[in-house]
Design a binder for this molecule. Structure first.
Ligand SMILES: Nc1ncnc2c1ncn2[C@@H]1O[C@H](COP(=O)(O)OP(=O)(O)OP(=O)(O)O)[C@@H](O)[C@H]1O
Length: 583
């Protein structure tokens, strides 16, 4: 009888519907009681040899059976609807919260585990609230009421019924903690297996390339075996629980029957009373039996409850307490002022005292060797993380002052890792602007250098992409993501290694065209390959989390330093003059 606070909370999402389902369940129970009473009266009439009322009584029994069938149908529908409402509302709530948590959360949590909680965990909650909870309420109400009725008819029968009911309801409570523990162990193993499978499927090309498919399969087999063991351990405890309930139910019914017969034989109860006690004693245990059955359906919800709570209450890395909308009348200036940031206790800060300005309506490039802190800067600008020191402003206002969703809508980002959905190309583009007209899609795709390839497909913009854009090359995926960001029509455009999968000559062309197409937007280009940024109005060179130099391509080459070294390194790696920075 575990009532986890998280599941109680989930039930509030469909309180009305659940109450309706519970009342209907009560009505179904009443038909059982009516049937028991009518049968007792029929048997007593037969025992007396008075059969005049018998046809009427038996017709009423049939009537109660028919009513139960109808009510049962309506009850199941109501419970299913209540469960569906809880599922939908809970998933909405969790997804919205995940959105607020941002990417920082997913660096600590495994995507497969989050998926398992969102899909299977929520399904378990549905079964728990729509089937187990209504039955629990009926079980708490009906047996005590019947005991009161039996106490009036044949008090001695209570000697068998009360201890058996107490044993059936309270006995398994001794197992609750163990049940919860086994359930949690099972859930953790299940979540882990889900995460491993997702990772193995997504990483299949890498596993194949490394010849590690066999090892990955063995690991999954071990995980599956662990899940099997956890399931058996959970079932063992759960079946002891059910077994104890069954023992109490059977024992109580037999004891009540024996006591009622003994009382009838002693002549202290009339035949009607004896039959009533016999049949009502069985009805006393019906809700307990049904509850035990529903328990197995709802156990998954109980097991998942802790995981759901952890996801729902996970604290965002960044508080969303800004109120200003990010609607800038003109493209805004971005400024980083003495910004310092470190990831946890990893020692060296990723950024140490970074100061520079990205002028309004201009293109500013951030370059530097791997690990210099370029992506960290972008994460701070979008408030996926908060700097430990310093200030980042957009249009003169601290980024913390903006509403998070508004800030992220105002800054369109194309990053190294693009995400395309299993949908048409047009739908993928319209994610940025649902109302965009077809020619706007074409314009954005043209600017991102992907239009001709889309137009060459048999279905054109209606082509359905494979999951994560699997049917496209890396470069095509990036250019499609670029087109999507252009469509967003945000005043700030951030290209974070956005063209790294495109060949160098094309990268330089795309970035040049993009800068032209960006018009008066403020553009921040983060790039590894310097060919992409030679046309930027200003280049900020980062090295080891600090600003090494700021200037234009020509002045930085002249000054020597890290920028010139990067250019030289590009040359010695055999890049073409067009793709490199040969002046
Ligand atoms: N989520 C993280 N947790 C801990 N450390 C991190 C995390 N992300 C980045 N770092 C560290 O912060 C430093 C800066 O990383 P960042 O990704 O910003 O560099 P970058 O210049 O963008 O590199 P690249 O060009 O290779 O993408 C690196 O030392 C990196 O190891």
């Amino acid at each position: 009888m575990i009532v986890h606070p998280e599941l109680r909370r989930a039930a509030r999402h469909a309180r009305r519907r659940l109450l309706t389902a519970t009342f209907l369940q009560g009505a179904v129970t009443l038909t059982h009681l009516a049937q028991a009473i009518l049968l007792a009266l029929s048997l007593a009439a037969v025992a007396r040899g008075d059969t005049r009322q018998l046809p009427l009584l038996l017709a009423a029994v049939l009537g109660s059976v028919a009513a139960r069938a109808g009510l049962g149908y309506v009850q199941r529908r109501a419970a299913t609807r209540a469960g569906a409402e809880v599922r939908v509302r809970l998933r909405d709530e969790l997804l919205a919260h995940l959105g607020r948590l941002g990417p920082a959360h997913l660096t600590g949590a495994r995507a497969g585990a989050v998926r398992t909680t969102l899909v299977d965990g929520v399904e378990g909650v549905d079964a728990y609230v729509s089937r187990y909870l209504p039955q629990l309420l009926i079980t708490l109400a009906v047996p005590p009421a019947l005991l009161a009725v039996i106490a009036v008819i044949e008090p001695v029968a209570l000697l068998g019924l009360v201890p058996a009911l107490l044993l059936a309801l309270a006995g398994p409570r001794a197992w609750d903690r163990l049940l919860a523990k086994r359930g949690k162990e099972h859930w953790d193993t299940y979540e882990g297996l889900g995460a491993d499978y997702l990772e193995a499927l997504q990483g299949m090309p890498a596993l194949r390339a490394a010849g590690a498919v066999g090892r990955a399969r063995e690991r999954l087999e071990r995980r599956s075996a662990a899940l099997h063991q956890a399931t058996v351990a959970k079932l063992r405890v759960s079946l002891v629980d059910t077994g104890l309930t069954d023992l109490a139910v059977q024992g109580g019914t037999v004891a009540a029957a024996l006591l009622a017969c003994w009382s009838a034989a002693a002549g202290s109860t009339a035949a009607t009373g004896t039959y009533l006690v016999l049949l009502l004693a069985s009805e006393c245990f019906r809700p307990v039996r049904d509850l035990s059955r529903e328990w197995h359906a709802g156990y998954l919800g109980v097991s998942a409850a802790d995981g759901l709570k952890a996801l729902r209450t996970a604290e965002a890395a960044v508080p969303d307490d800004g109120t200003a909308p990010a609607h800038w009348p003109r493209p805004p200036q971005l400024r980083f002022d003495s910004v310092e940031f470190g990831y946890g206790d990893t020692g060296e800060p990723a950024l140490g005292g970074v100061t520079f300005t990205a002028e309004a309506g201009r293109t500013t490039a951030i370059v530097g060797p791997s690990g210099a802190g370029k992506s960290t800067l972008v994460a701070l600008l979008l408030r996926h993380r908060v700097p430990q020191q310093g200030l980042i402003t957009v249009d003169g206002r601290d980024v913390a002052a903006y509403r998070l969703d508004s800030l992220r809508q105002g800054i369109a980002v194309v990053s190294q890792e693009t995400y395309l959905f299993h949908a048409t190309i047009a739908d993928n583009l319209r994610l940025a602007r649902p109302g965009a007209a077809d020619d706007e899609l074409v314009h954005a795709a043209r600017t991102a250098g992907i239009h001709h390839e889309i137009a060459a497909l048999p279905e054109g913009y209606a082509t359905v992409l494979g999951e994560r854009g699997a049917t496209l090359s890396g470069g095509q995926r990036q250019r499609l993501a670029l087109a999507r960001a252009l469509l967003a029509d945000a005043s700030v455009l951030v290209l974070d290694e956005a063209t790294s999968s495109v060949d160098e000559r094309r990268e330089a062309d795309i970035v040049r065209e993009l800068i032209e197409a960006a018009g008066d937007r403020t553009v921040l280009v983060v790039a590894h390959r310097l060919a992409a940024v030679r046309h930027a109005d200003r280049i900020v060179v980062l090295n080891g989390g600090r600003v090494d130099a700021i200037g234009t391509h020509a002045t930085l080459i002249e000054a020597g330093g890290v920028y010139a070294e990067l250019v030289e390194a590009g040359r010695t790696h055999g890049r073409t003059p067009e793709g490199d920075l040969a002046a």
